[in-house]
Design a protein. Structure first.
Length: 192
């Protein structure tokens, strides 16, 4: 059970994210300052930085949490399941959550519109991939190189899915794209 302090922190974060999202939609990410966000949210700059390390984390803050959850879910997969199938199963579930999210397309376009946001996204994504690769490497019979390669391939597959999905204005079947990408990348040799 989550404590009151943690629930309050999540509620404040969610409120700031919503305020910032509106400002980004109106003005653009790069044109919106932290001062603009704190003024609209009715908080101090110091309070803002208790919740977010940098402005980009208002958009990307959930990636850290997502990486931890994905790594935990991969570690919980059956030991006899090959790593690629486990990655596909877990990441497909997360892609479904993203697809169900009302603002996923808007967020993806926002990331692509800002060089600083895109750079922070790639940094966080790389950190998340490392975390996931460690979870994959902990599976029976896998070495760190193979785990890193499988995780990188899964990440590349999801990058292509995101681009195709965004290019269709969110109309493409995201899960069908995930399944297709994982089928195309499926390892055919030992060490899966």
């Amino acid at each position: 059970m989550t404590g009151l302090r943690e629930r309050t922190k999540r509620a404040v974060r969610a409120e700031v994210v919503e305020v910032a999202r509106r400002l980004f939609a109106e003005r653009g990410f790069d044109e919106t300052t932290v001062d603009d966000i704190v003024q609209a949210a009715g908080m101090s700059k110091r309070s803002f930085f208790r919740y977010f390390a940098v402005k980009e984390d208002v958009v990307l803050g959930e990636i850290d949490f997502m990486g931890e959850r994905i790594a935990t879910e991969i570690a919980a997969r059956p030991a006899e399941e090959d790593a690629w199938t486990g990655l596909h199963t877990v990441l497909r579930t997360w892609e479904q959550r993203i697809d169900d999210e009302r603002q996923a397309l808007e967020r993806l376009r926002l990331i692509e519109s800002s060089p600083s946001l895109r750079a922070r996204y790639h940094q966080k994504r790389d950190e998340t991939r490392e975390q996931i690769a460690r979870a994959v490497a902990a599976r029976p019979g896998l070495d760190p190189f193979t785990a890193d390669l499988l995780t990188a391939a899964a990440g590349a597959a999801l990058d292509c899915v995101a681009r195709a999905w965004a290019g269709s204005d969110g109309r493409a079947d995201r899960l069908a794209l995930v399944d297709r990408a994982f089928a195309l990348f499926a390892p055919t040799r030992a060490g899966r």
